[in-house]
Write a protein of this length. Sequence first.
Length: 277
Amino acid sequence: MSDAFARFARNPAALLAALLLAALALAAALAPRLWPIDPEAVDGPPLLHPFTDPAHPLGTDRLGRDLLARLLFGARISLVVALAAAFASLLIGSAVGLAAGLAGGRIDDLLMRITDAFQTVPGFLLALAFVSVLGPEAESVVLAIAASSWTGPARIVRAEILSLARRDFVLAAVAVGLPRVEIAWRVLLPNALPPVLAYACASIASAVLIESALSFLGLADPNRASWGAMIAEGRAVLVREPWLSIWPGLALLVTVLAVNLVGEGLDDALAPRRARP
């Protein structure tokens, strides 16, 4: 693990992206202290231009709400939902992949056919259907994103389990009489996780985009600031007041780009010998 961390630290783009994400997460967590303005409160004149008033450095929206406060609190929603959804999808996918790889036979075929069925529906459309039925609460959005993105981890874990099952250290564990469940959790799963951890970053980036898209369409909690909702609110005055959509759009762009760079760095650090196309 220390070697993997050293390889990751030698990747300047991935390291810078990780520091940027850490700073963003810290700013979101400390938002009430860093910028103690209610993001839903009318706190200034409407459509105040950026950098014209120190009290509202990024300006205000059409209702006079502070854009910096809404960006910081919107980051909390985007990051929390994305991390929770990515964790849930990895948990579900890893469990399905582990069961399929260990069981084999008809159980493997059944689980993979279910995985195929979920993969035939585009992830965003599946999330859209879930939120439309369950409602716009944050918990529903997390469940919707997880339900649309667990298939990737499931296939990765299954492939790793099938590959590892023929390795000498697994055969040795079987030979000494370790229980099947113990082999699965103590031998197979820990060795199957590195590629899944690298894939987790792609899941987080996808979850951020899906949450923003749902918010953009008005299918997220309307009582909480969200980057997607901020972009949607700026559409009506996009030509005259473009900053209303530019600020949350830049935040979304930087976050997704940073997550993808961290994912690439993890992929290189955890599998340095794997040839890349």
